[in-house]
Design a protein around this ligand. Structure first.
Ligand SMILES: NC(=O)c1ccc[n+]([C@@H]2O[C@H](COP(=O)([O-])OP(=O)(O)OC[C@H]3O[C@@H](n4cnc5c(N)ncnc54)[C@H](OP(=O)(O)O)[C@@H]3O)[C@@H](O)[C@H]2O)c1
Length: 480
């Protein structure tokens, strides 16, 4: 029986959420999570883990989270924060390394990006610097630094790009970089490397490049299309700049500009393994073929088993939704009250409210919601493309079209915070009472523009919100 206690940081992010599940399902380690907002931890695992709220920028909370830890996973980045995310990444890594040394942690396991410094994008450079900082005091703490390029898994940004492009475009004129070689890896293999690193019998620092077969982005697209039963044609031309490619991606995929630009930068030059440490130190792990990783990701999507998505976190300096679960300060409100007159039940109405958006749509005025999504996309927002993680359930932190779930009180309250481009802060609240639904759109305007915006959309709100509240209530009896 292994009594090791491991700390998973970034436990509400894409990799961290899945790693937590993996460790709970297949290891005997005691698992502690460091999270910035404990409400984001999925309810189903909350009683199996030791949850500590804190941040790497708050040394006190960090020290408390690291006390008694044998091995600590570092799965954090600040990209998506200010332009100066490199500096934030630096400070975060230094605090973490020094905190680990102070607490007597035996090993740090870090997952960074694949690629060499000479051709690295700004994002990759920051990932390299993070690895160097974490590994800088080997006499005091050892670091296993795994480096992965494109990760394929349900909800991963790279997979979402490939899937959306394949599904939406039969033929594509593409930039030349689609021919650069890369070594993508499936998320399950990434988790295996992370997990095996806890007990790897190796002393001192180690850098391990992980990846599957060598393929170009063009080949990945074609193979992914085959898995989906489609035939796709790519015509690389020298004309398309990385900037244009990024615009192209935001148009046809859910990925916002910043992330698209980082991915394109990353793919522009060859990103292949620089060492054979994965095969030497982890011979038991045989990375899956690319096609298999795509098939697995699609299967998870179809089964509604997506544990995490690229949009679970936004990598800002503070948790993006922590302070938004109470719209009490809003100035404008659109309130719709629908009494239960046809035997509707509170729990079922709540379930119906939780089913809105994504492929389920927004009822009668879905086209107006879609139009709002297009406007948002044009303005550089997410639009409606993020959809929802699962058709069946919502959890705090889930993206839901251009909303974020910021509070759930089962059977009673669902609160969504608007991440669309809007001159102010906006929320949509479903307060399900025993005999009625109170649906409120809250708005805290920013300046005169915010106020003008609110008055301009009042006529649209009349139709859209009225219909939404009524249909949530009426559909509750049908869905049950
Ligand atoms: N995903 C990929 O495709 C991929 C590919 C190659 C390498 N990697 C590497 O894998 C690592 C994890 O990436 P990811 O995709 O899982 O990131 P992610 O989804 O953006 O998650 C980042 C996590 O870090 C947390 N966080 C951010 N700043 C923090 C701070 N100061 N203190 C405590 N927690 C903080 C976030 O919390 P909130 O939820 O509160 O925001 C979130 O849980 C990164 O090093 C990345 O370079 C990822």
């Amino acid at each position: 029986m292994n009594e090791k206690t491991v700390l998973v940081t970034g436990a509400t992010g894409y990799i961290g959420r899945r790693l937590t599940h993996r460790l709970l399902e297949t290891s005997a380690f005691k698992v502690r999570l460091l999270v910035r907002n404990k409400n984001k931890v999925q309810v189903s695992i909350a009683d199996q883990v030791d949850i500590r709220e804190g941040s790497t920028f708050d040394k006190e909370s960090l020290a408390a989270a690291l006390a008694g830890i044998d091995t600590a996973f570092y799965l954090i980045h600040s990209m998506g924060s200010t332009e100066d995310y490199q500096n934030l990444d630096r400070v975060s890594a230094e605090n973490f390394r020094d905190g680990c040394i102070e607490a007597g942690v035996g090993r740090i396991i870090y997952l960074g990006g694949l690629g060499v410094r000479e051709s690295a994008s700004k994002h990759l450079l920051s990932r390299i610097e993070t690895g160097e900082i974490l590994s800088a005091k080997p006499e005091q703490i050892e670091t296993i630094w795994l480096r992965a390029g494109v990760i394929i898994g349900s909800g991963s940004s790279s997979f979402e790009i490939i899937r959306n492009l394949c599904q939406k475009l039969p033929a594509m004129i593409t930039p030349r970089w689609v021919r650069s070689q890369t070594q993508a890896i499936g998320i399950e293999d990434v988790l295996s490397y992370l997990q095996s690193s806890v007990e790897l019998a190796h002393r001192g620092n180690l850098v391990v490049d992980i990846g599957g077969e060598k393929l170009s982005f063009q080949q990945m697209m074609q193979q992914a299309a085959e898995v989906m039963g489609l035939k796709r044609y790519l015509f690389p031309v020298p004309l398309l700049s990385p900037r244009l490619s990024s615009y192209w991606l935001i148009l046809f995929t859910p990925i916002p500009y910043k992330l698209a630009a980082a991915l394109v930068e990353g793919l522009k030059s060859e990103t292949v393994l620089q060492n054979d440490h994965a095969a030497r130190f982890y011979p038991e792990i045989q990375p899956l073929r690319f096609k298999q990783t795509v098939a697995d990701a699609i299967h998870e999507l179809e089964q509604n088993q997506v544990i995490s998505r690229w949009c679970d976190s936004t990598g800002q300096q503070a948790c993006d939704i922590k302070d938004f679960d109470n719209p009490a300060g809003a100035i404008f409100r659109d309130i719709r009250i629908v009494p239960f007159e046809n035997g509707e039940r509170q729990e079922e109405v709540f379930q119906a409210a939780c089913a809105v958006g994504g492929p389920n749509g927004w009822f009668k005025y879905n086209y107006l919601w879609r139009l709002r999504g297009v406007i948002d996309k044009i303005m550089g927002g997410y639009g409606l493309n993020r959809g929802r993680r699962s058709n069946r359930e919502l959890r705090v932190g889930d993206a839901l079209d251009f909303w974020k779930v910021v509070d759930i009180k089962p059977g009673k309250r669902l609160l969504l915070y608007a991440q669309m481009k809007v001159p102010g802060e906006a929320w949509l609240e479903f307060d399900v009472q025993p005999d009625q639904l109170v649906q409120t759109a809250h708005f805290l305007p920013r300046g005169v523009l915010g106020r003008l915006y609110w008055y301009m959309v009042i006529p649209l709100h009349h139709f859209v919100f009225n219909n939404l509240a009524k249909t949530v209530v009426s559909s509750s009896t049908k869905s049950g």
